[in-house]
Design a protein around this ligand. Structure first.
Ligand SMILES: C[S@@+](CC[C@H](N)C(=O)[O-])C[C@H]1O[C@@H](n2cnc3c(N)ncnc32)[C@H](O)[C@@H]1O
Length: 242
């Protein structure tokens, strides 16, 4: 996959691209992440890319022509052009899964007051990372690029991403590592038993219990099998009794 990121601050991405799993995915050519300085597409000698909004108002707006030109240059028939914006659809794991199947993403980062609204006629998708306003689209672009890259084949162990929270709707079961006991805090004994089926059953129940307790809003959109429905019914009954 190729991810093109259009930004006025490419330096935001230095650590992101040179650290940990993303660094390795780039080195192993599982993803190519290319940064494009939007000033390189400025139409004036001062390399300005922002101006005051028509109709008045505070702040500066990023101008349309540089975005038009860079999209025209980079877009192919396989591209998906995404504008990171607080007005977009909420970015979720289900969207990350869909994006991971594409071969080319172009991510547009706004800054200041955002981008001239004509950019909306050029994009395929507008994504928000949450209901709050950030100073720029660089952190949202990193979030999208990170969530998508870790789903690409070979980047992390596929069993690991399959079990991740939200990947199939449920939150992940709790996990523990050494030491077994510390200052009276112990690991659930079943996990030390070596009994694989019992551990798998316990983990399934924990996933459902955690999701019901921490994120009940997620449950509505999960397609449950009969076993999961039965576990959830039991957990709900238990909670009522308390
Ligand atoms: C200060 S914001 C502009 C907000 C815009 N004036 C508005 O009220 O909708 C500047 C840029 O940050 C990015 N941004 C801010 N919050 C975001 C969010 N929650 N999700 C994605 N991008 C965001 C966008 O690229 C946006 O163009």
């Amino acid at each position: 996959m190729i991810i093109d990121i259009i930004t006025i601050f490419p330096e935001f991405f230095d650590t992101f691209l040179s650290t940990s799993i993303i660094k390795r995915a780039i080195q192993e050519k599982q993803v190519e992440i290319r940064l494009h300085q939007i000033r390189d597409y400025s139409h004036n000698k001062h390399r300005n890319i922002d101006d005051t909004p028509y109709g008045g108002g505070v702040g500066m707006l990023m101008t349309f022509p540089p975005f038009y030109d860079v999209i025209k240059k980079l877009r192919t028939e396989d591209s998906l052009v995404i504008y990171l914006s607080p007005q977009g659809k909420l970015f979720k794991q289900s969207i990350a899964k869909k994006l991971a199947k594409k071969s080319h993403l172009i991510l547009l980062c706004g800054h200041y007051e955002g981008i001239d609204a004509r950019v909306e006629s050029l994009i395929d998708m507008e994504l928000s990372i949450g209901d709050y306003v950030l100073t720029g689209g660089e952190i949202p672009a990193m979030i999208v690029a990170d969530a998508v890259t870790r789903l690409l084949p070979g980047v992390i162990h596929e069993d690991s991403s399959e079990e991740d929270s939200l990947q199939n709707g449920w939150l992940k079961f709790p996990q523990y590592t050494k030491p077994e006991t510390y200052e009276g805090h112990t690991v659930p004994p079943l996990l030390l038993s070596g009994h694989h089926q019992k551990i798998a059953d316990w983990r399934k129940e924990q996933q459902i219990r955690r999701t019901y307790t921490k994120r009940p809003d997620l449950i509505r959109s999960i397609k449950m099998d009969e076993e999961e429905k039965a576990i959830l019914t039991r957990i709900k009954a238990e909670k009522k009794q308390k």
